[in-house]
Design a binder for this molecule. Structure first.
Ligand code: CTP
Ligand code: MG
Length: 222
């Protein structure tokens, strides 16, 4: 049994409103994916792969610089993960950790915690509590208020035993995360609460926040 890493990075960052792959967007002086891989360097992965926009393999090879493999991703996140999984070709008992390139402030300690729970449970994902009151809305009005205590925001890392993930990915379904595919098989998915610093860079404001946080960390270090 070994730990393997899949980093979906084939998105083009439409909501970021810039041209080019989001994972290569400049962030505090380095491409975003460089921060993400760096943040995970102390996690004991025996191999990994980054799924990248088809045709951009060589740009990513340069940044990844041998830390993981690089494979052409697909049209959707699920397609990219499928292609990355096929590239890694894990053994049934291996643990596969999926982490978005777009979450550069991921914590190595929290990632190890998710891996540890998945080792026991077969499937585990990082979640954060929802801080705001959540409303169901339609046509410009509030419909009702959700019970926040039974809700959590799901992110990555998401870690699965390879045999379960293989089954989940073989259902030719689309989903915004792999956990949804495991849930559809009726399998339990354990949750691990992580800090909100694991947020996903989606909009220009997110990029600004990530930049400020990384720069202040660097300043404290020097
Ligand atoms: N992703 C991927 N393959 C795709 C689409 C997305 O590997 N076809 C990856 C992204 O690179 C990102 C993660 O999945 O690391 C989460 O996706 P998201 O935040 O939606 O990124 P983008 O799809 O790039 O952004 P947008 O939806 O705004 O275009
Ligand atoms: Mg997207």
């Amino acid at each position: 049994m070994v730990n393997l890493l899949i980093v979906p990075a084939a998105g083009m960052g439409r909501r970021l409103g810039r041209s080019g792959p989001k994972a290569l967007a400049p962030l505090a002086g380095r491409p975003m994916i460089d921060w993400t891989l760096d943040a995970l360097r102390s996690v004991p992965f025996s191999r990994g792969v980054v799924a990248v926009p088809p045709g951009r393999e060589s740009d990513f090879e340069t940044v990844v610089n041998g830390r993981t493999g690089v494979v052409a991703g697909g049209e959707t996140r699920a397609a990219s993960v499928r292609l990355a999984f096929r590239f890694l070709d894990p053994d049934e008992r291996d643990l596969v950790c999926i982490h978005d390139a777009a979450r550069p402030l991921v914590s190595a300690a929290e990632t190890r915690a998710v891996i540890e729970v998945a080792e026991r449970e077969g499937a585990a994902i990082a979640v954060t509590p929802i801080a705001d009151t959540v409303k169901r809305v339609a046509a410009g009005y509030v419909v009702d208020t959700a019970d926040r205590s039974s809700l959590a925001a799901a992110g990555t890392p998401q870690v699965f035993r390879a045999d379960l993930l293989r089954r989940a990915l073989s259902a030719d379904d689309e989903a915004t995360d792999e956990s949804s595919l495991i849930e559809r098989l009726g399998l339990p998915v354990a949750i691990v609460e992580i800090s909100r610093l694991g947020f996903k860079v989606t909009t220009p404001e997110d990029l600004e926040m990530a930049e400020a946080l990384l720069r202040s960390r660097e300043a404290r270090r020097s």
